[in-house]
Every structure is written in structure tokens, then in C-alpha cells.
Design a protein around this ligand. Sequence first.
Ligand SMILES: Nc1ncnc2c1ncn2[C@@H]1O[C@H](COP(=O)(O)OP(=O)(O)OP(=O)(O)O)[C@@H](O)[C@H]1O
Ligand SMILES: [Mg+2]
Length: 478
Amino acid sequence: MNTIWSPQARQVAFMERPEYEALYGGAAGGGKSDALVCEALRQVHIPHYKAILFRKTYKQLTELIEKSENYYKRAYPKAKYNASAHCWTFPSGAKIYFGNMQSAQYKTDYQGKAYDFVGFDELTHFTYEEYSYMFSRNRANGPGTRVYIRATTNPGSVGHGWVKERFITAAPPMTPISEIAEIIQPDGSIIKMKRKRIFVPASVFDNKELLTNNPEYLASLAMLPEAQRNALLYGDWDSFSGQVFTEWKNDPAHYDDRKWTHVINPFRIPKYWSIYRGFDWGFSKPFSVGWYAVDTDGKIYRIREYYGCSGTPNTGVKIQPVEIAAKIRQIENEDPNLKGRNIIGIADPAIFEEQKGESIARMMEKSPNFISWLPGDHSRIPGKMQYHYRLAFDEDGETMFQVFNTCKHFIRTIPNLVYDEKDVEDIDTDGEDHIYDECRYVLMENPIAPRQNTRKDIVRDDPLDLFDKKGNYKFFKV
Ligand SMILES: Nc1ncnc2c1ncn2[C@@H]1O[C@H](COP(=O)(O)OP(=O)(O)OP(=O)(O)O)[C@@H](O)[C@H]1O
Ligand SMILES: [Mg+2]
């Protein structure tokens, strides 16, 4: 028999997973897109089977389409590709489509449609809203098909944060992650259903075919700038190309001595330090409240946070300004670092808008909560530069900004911010940037002069030695 394509060991590990969702990801060149394109073929003998393979833009789809022209045509010489419909039709009648989703509005192109198999290539290019919409389109077109979702990706891009949380930090690689969905039936009774997902790490070292055909490719990856190299050669999810705050360091070994780390253990704030409170309003998107202490040298510490996000990435909790004000009042009455203090509130200037009725600022400052705000400086690039100046380490590992390790959402979202592809100096506002904005208003209220970052070299393990003594994949810090 003439074999057209057969999976390599790590591709087998991905393709044999039984979970509903599986992400095959990490380093470049592992054979991820090949595996995805071939995975879509697995049910084409079933006449009513329909599959769709996504890339973010139509132009980017060319790569997958070329792969399909190579493999599908050779495996099924009678299969036909309709270039205007972006669809393969197989002799059984089964179809594999190619789709793009340039923005969340494109979701409507898929409304009312059903696909037994949904595949996303380069998942971090998508927002969670775009990805999760396809759960509703992923259903059987008839009896006997398997209904499931597969994705592949490199680290980086606007979806880095949610993809990392959903698949990478949720559990060690190759460990199933379970989520329970509760469904209220028409009679009011509740049923619980389990959905599973998994992360399968990819590495260029798994792709023997590529390393045989092109051994020099390793050198090409090794010569990339540091952040890109770490992501694309080692599959490191903590540094990636496009990351805005590459100087960010979270080192638990230094939480107490507070050197060479931006995250530290909480401490009691002296009475004579000033306290600020920042606010970025959101209703369907998250809102963010952060409290900051400024020491006598002008160094800022983020000491407490109240972040209004639901369990769904980048989605708000839809609560009214008065309720937020009440919770702020409660926190400021109870937190020993805030109780009885004079607190200066700085907020997104948009909350003072009165054109559509009473402003958010006015609602919050009324009795009984009395939470008052001053309008923050909204200048985006100077605000971003203030972050860089403050996060920079001097030769002794000192910075002008640190965060209590209790501020989980700040620690989670700031390192995930990426540059906007169109406005290359600014961050991509499709990311989870509400805490970034909220803190930016406070930093702009206390601007400092430029400071340069002095870098300590990151010590890396031998790239060929991917597993530690216990057999765990080394480059995923979980
Ligand atoms: N099982 C296989 N048999 C033969 N060649 C393969 C196999 N898997 C992958 N390759 C080849 O290896 C190369 C890289 O594969 P692929 O494009 O799937 O990598 P990738 O992980 O998607 O890369 P990137 O991270 O750049 O998207 C391609 O030329 C592909 O055809
Ligand atoms: Mg690929």
C-alpha cells in the first residue's frame, strides 16, 4: 500500500485523544498543522459528515489549503475542491470547509450551520468569544459521527492569555481537565454533564521528518530574538513574541527579599504612605478596581484588587456602579491597609460622561457609599511608557513598581498583553486590558523619569533534554 501520510509519535499522541477538546501546541514546526488537516479526514467516509478548519484570516488559510491539496487529493483522487466555497467534497458526499473569523462579527457567517468536527489552527490568534461560539456549531449532522474540537497553536498573539489558562496552567500537559456543565431541563430538574479537554505539547524535536529534511531549521529557531526563541523553539508559554511587558518577572524565590521580582509577599503599609485607588469601568466587559500605596521614594505597590470578571475569559459580571461602590466601601472599611485612610480615587475619564443621564462617577459618590473619583490621564503611549519605566530593574534588582501576590488578576493579565498589529506602539485592546488601563491612570497620576531595564540572563536547559527526571515536560511551568 502506498502511504500518503502517517502520523509521527507525538502526532499520534494528539490524534488518539478521546477528550472533546484537545490543543496541540507549543514550539514551531512540530507537525501541528499537518496533524490537524489530516485529523479532519478521519470521518469522510460518512456521507453526512461536515468539518471546518479555521485560520484567523482568509489569507492565512492558504497554508492549510495547500496541505489539503497535497494530502486530500492524493488520498481521495475523486474528491473535489470548490475554491469559491472553500470546500472539499468527498466521494461519500462528506464535506470539509475552510473558514476564517477576522473578528467576532464573523461569527454570524456560521450561524445555523453544524459541523461534526471543528479545527482551529493557530488558536492564540482567536479570542475566546470566537472559539467558544463554535461550541454551538459543533453538533452531529446525522447518526454515527464523532463530534469534537481540535486546535493547534504556538504561544503568543492576542489569545495567548485565555489559551494558556484554559489548556496550559489548568493542568500539566497530557492531563485531562474536566469541566462540569449544569443544564436545567424543561421540568426544572438539573442534569450535570462532564466535558474534558487536554493539552498535548508539541516540539520541533518530535518532527523527525522535518529535522531529516531540514536539520538547519533548529539553528533558524535558535537564532531568533530571545522571546521568540523561547516560545518557538522551547514552547515556553511565559515569553513570546509580541509580548508588551517582557521585563515582567514573577519569582516566588524572591517574594520576601523583593529583588528581581515584580510580585512580592504582602506587608503592612506604613501610615504615612499615600494610598490611591484606580478604576476602569465595565459592564459586559470586566471592571477593575486596584489599590496602591506610594512610599516616600515614589515607588508604587499594588496592594489589593477587586476585579469584576465572570468565569468566562474577558467577560464582565454586569453589576451596577452603586453595587461596585458598596463593595469598595466595604473593602476600605475592612482591609487593615486601607481602613481609616485618605484614599485618592483616579478613574477612566469616561465615567464622568453625562450625556446619557447621570454619570457613573456621580452614582458612585452618592450616599451611602461616597466613593469619589478624579478623572485620570488617558494618554495611552505615555501611560504605557510609565509601566516600562517603573517595571525596569536596576543593577540591584530594584524596581519602582511591585504587586502583592494576592493581586491574582493583575499577575495573570499584565504579562499576557500583546502589541496591536496595526498600532504597533500600543497594546492590542482585544486582549484583557482592563486592569492594565486601571493601573495606567494611577501611574499617570504619579509619573516618573525614564529608567532602563538591566537584564539578568535567563539560564536555559539543554534544548534536547525536554523531560525532567520524573518524566515531566520541562518547559511548562504549571
Ligand atoms: N507525519 C508527517 N509526515 C511527513 N511530514 C510531516 C509530518 N508531519 C509534519 N510533516 C512536515 O513537517 C513540516 C512542518 O509541519 P507543520 O506545518 O504541520 O508544523 P507546525 O507545527 O504546524 O509548524 P508551525 O508552528 O510553524 O505552524 C511540514 O513540511 C510538514 O509537511
Ligand atoms: Mg502550523
